[in-house]
Structure formats: C-alpha cells, structure tokens
Design a protein around this ligand. Structure first.
Ligand code: EPU
Length: 422
C-alpha cells in the first residue's frame, strides 16, 4: 500500500488547473445507460471512482473507451440489469445506475450500499421515489429489486435535499409517462450538469438550479455529447491549501459561482479572493499573515458544502482565536479530528459540533496520520502542507478516489510531496 509523504512549511505559489468534477462525472456516466447508442463525455477526471463506474458500465455490457479526457460510452447492448455487491461496495455512488436501468429495461437489481465512514447514508429517498413513480421496489438478499413496465409521473417531495436521490429520480422520470415534479430537490451544480445532459438527450426538464424540477416524460431519448463541469470541491481544496501555507496563487478552470459560501468564509478569515471568469485568485491583503476564526455550518447548496468541511477545519487550526463547525449533513464526519490532533490541533467535538482553538499559522507539527475517507484525507494533506516537519499519510487510496494528479498538482505549486510504499 502507498503512503503520501509531505515536507511541510513551504508557502504554495503559482497556478493550478482544476479537473472535471467527480460528483458530476458519476451521474452523467450513469445517464448514458438510459438509451442505446454512442455517448461522449468530455472533461471526465481519471480517478478511482470513475474507473469503478467504468467497470460497472462494462459489466452491464457497455463499451467504454477513454480518449484523453473524454469517455466514449457505447450503450447499444446491455446484457443484464444487475449491479453487483462487489462493485457497489467499493463505491456507493454506483446506486446511480438504479434509476436509468429501471427506466430503460423495466427491471433492475442493484446492491444496497452499506453504511460508510461518514454516516449511515440510507437510500430510502431513492427507493420511495421510484415506488411513487410506479415501480415495485423491494429489498431482497442485500439487493434493491425494482420493476415497472413503464414508470409514470408523480409529485415527489424530499424531506432533505438529496444529491444522488434527486439525480436517480430525475433520470428515471425522463422516460416515465406523464409529468413528474421533484420538490425540495438538490440544487447542487452537479445536478444542473445532469439536467443539461438529459435535456441534450431529448428529455424535457425545467427548473434547473431551483429546488423544484419538473420533468415531462418522453417516449425515447438519444445519445449526447456533454462536458463535465469543473470540480468545485477540488478547487476549494486547493484554495484552502494555498491559504493554509501562507501562499498565494490562482485556481484556474473552475467556476467561481459554484463556491459562493467558501469564498465568503475565506474573505471573512482575512484572505483576498478575486473572482475572474474561470479563475479564483487568492492572496493576502497586507504583510501580516494572520487569520480570524470562522464559524461554519454545512448545508445543501448554496450553503457551505460538507465536502469542504474537513479541509476548512485544517485552516481553522491555523487561525488566531476560536472557530466552530456545525456538520448538519452527515452524522459522523469528524474522523479527521483525531488525526489533526496528532499534529497538535486543539479541537473539541460534541456530536455534530466542533470547536477549534486556532494557534496561529505556525500551530501544526508534522506527524504520521491515517486517511479515513476522501475529504478527511484531503484535510490531512492541507495540514501536512502547513505543518513544520514531515507528515506521512497512510491509506491514500481514499485520496485517489477524488483528486486527479494530486502529487503533480501540488508539486506544481511548489510543495515537497511524494508517494512511498508503506
Ligand atoms: N439521505 C437520506 N435518505 C436518502 C438519501 C439521503 O436520509 O435516501 C440523507 C443523508 O443521510 C444525508 C442527506 O440526506 O443526511 C444528504 O445526502 P445526499 O443524498 O445528498 O448525499 P449523496 O447523494 O449520497 C452526494 C455526494 C457526496 C456529498 C453529498 C452531500 C455524490 C456521488 N456524492 O452524496 O460526496 O457529500 O452528496 O453534498 O454526488 C464526496 O465526494 O466525498 C462525497 C461524500
């Protein structure tokens, strides 16, 4: 197994280009299952998670070819409609094939994802929603079994906006008979990317970017050529890494409008953030590099993203004074705290609340730490870059799920970072 070694304390400088968004690529790849034909997806990041979904598509009978940053996906022949436990257990987003397979084949069997490192993560919104669309949906031997000759439209209300729940029901409803209305739907930019792709395939969806999505079912869809949006979580991670090291730089190829809450919080902390068309530039307004404590409450878009909570906590340990975090989305998303403490951070946790007593920009020391999930791991990378001395992060396969060319990108910003065998 590989580990990541960081010799910290170097201010990051320069420019980093953001890749396509993992959490947009996955639903768009699943959407290619909705109709037979040759689809092209552009700006698809080459990550462990996208490779897992390619394996799943291939297992279903699709032919997938990567050409540069594009994926050519031929879904003309589907041999079966089953997503096995073997594939779903390695990536719970595999559940995204449920809606498209049911809509196209009238029958599917998808392994029920288990809990994960950040919480229980049920899929009841997905299954209840499909039932409202007319499917017979049961859980048998660890699998979701769903069947419907043809789905029909329905009005579906989400108790909590769910990203993949919205995506699964959107895809299923495109081919349903009649009108579907999704209320309190997720407004994340990745959902918007999926709506654009589905409309390019011939679907009739309105309300993009709002929490009410209306889908007028169509009889058939056709393949599309679509571009994956920039990864806002990757962009935010690099902004936080540059800030934590006292550096300055430009994060290019991103969409500033997708990171409204992070930009405001960084400004509040005392950083200068300049928004350009596809670039966020970060610098320090004066000579002094000190940061104010910040309070963060995670929330569905446009609120502060839970996927950037752990990374901001690394920065909070370097602020002057106290910061707080209220994690409202997942019940167990503080796994990074114990590891940050090993690097000298002072953090108290009570349920879904954390209080961070910042110790200034020189507050962290390198240490051996362990990655526990994707975003927790990236917070340890930020802490390692900011700390004095050497940090060894084990279990970096978590990082490889979501950060394309991490070592190369950080090296390009001047960091001393490399992989080693454990
Ligand atoms: N929820 C339910 N029932 C459901 C579905 C969700 O109660 O059937 C609850 C969840 O437990 C959670 C809340 O609803 O409390 C929101 O969860 P959501 O369904 O939005 O999460 P998700 O769709 O499973 C996606 C991202 C996550 C990201 C969350 C929240 C993908 C592939 N995954 O997950 O990304 O944290 O939305 O924004 O889009 C990551 O990239 O590291 C990651 C975990």
């Amino acid at each position: 197994m590989e580990k990541l070694v960081i010799e910290g304390g170097i201010p990051l400088q320069g420019e980093v280009k953001i890749s396509g968004a993992k959490n947009a690529a996955l639903p768009l790849m699943a959407a290619t299952l909705l109709c037979a034909g040759k689809h092209i997806l552009r700006n698809v990041p080459d990550l462990r998670d996208t490779r897992t979904l390619i394996r799943l598509l291939e297992n279903l009978g699709a032919v997938v070819e990567r050409k540069g940053d594009s994926l050519h996906i031929d879904t003309t022949v589907l041999e079966h409609g089953e997503a096995s436990y073997q594939l779903v257990k390695t990536m719970r987003a595999s559940v995204l094939v449920l809606g498209p397979l049911l809509a196209r084949l009238g029958k599917t069997r998808v392994s029920l994802p288990g809990g994960c490192a950040i919480g229980e993560r049920p899929v009841n919104f997905h299954t209840d929603g499909l039932r409202q669309l007319g499917a017979v949906c049961t859980i048998k031997e660890g699998y979701i079994e769903a069947e419907a000759e043809r789905l029909h439209g329905a009005t579906i209300y989400f108790d909590i906006p769910s990203v993949t729940g919205t995506e699964n029901l959107l895809m299923a409803a495109t081919l349903a008979k009649g009108m579907t209305v999704l209320k309190n739907a997720a407004r994340e930019p990745e959902v918007g990317n999926l709506v654009d792709m589905l409309n390019a395939m011939g679907a009739k969806i309105s309300g993009c970017g709002t929490d009410v999505l209306t889908i007028e079912g169509v009889a058939a869809l056709h393949p599309a050529d679509c571009r994956i949006i920039a990864d806002r979580i990757e962009a935010g991670t690099y902004l936080l890494a540059i800030a934590a090291t006292g550096g300055s730089g430009r994060v290019t190829g991103c969409c500033p409008a997708d990171l409204p809450s992070l930009v405001e919080k960084l400004r509040y902390a005392g950083l200068k953030i300049t928004e350009e068309a596809d670039t966020l530039a970060i610098s320090w307004p004066g000579q002094q590099q000190t940061l104010l404590g910040v309070d963060i409450k995670t929330a569905p878009f446009p609120g502060y993203p839970t996927d950037l909570q752990a990374q901001f906590m690394a920065l909070m340990t370097l602020c002057d004074g106290q910061s707080t975090v209220h994690e409202t989305i997942f019940e167990n998303r503080f796994m990074h705290v114990a590891e940050l403490r090993r690097m000298g951070a002072k953090i108290k946790v009570d349920g879904r609340f954390a209080v961070v007593s910042g110790q200034g920009m020189t507050g962290l020391r390198g240490a051996p730490v362990m990655a526990t999930d994707l975003r927790a791991s990236s917070s340890l990378v930020i802490a390692g870059l900011a700390a004095t001395g050497r940090t060894d992060i084990s279990r970096i396969y978590h990082l490889e799920r979501g950060y394309e060319n991490l070592v190369e990108k950080l090296t390009g910003l001047g960091a001393r970072v490399w992989k080693e065998q454990e």
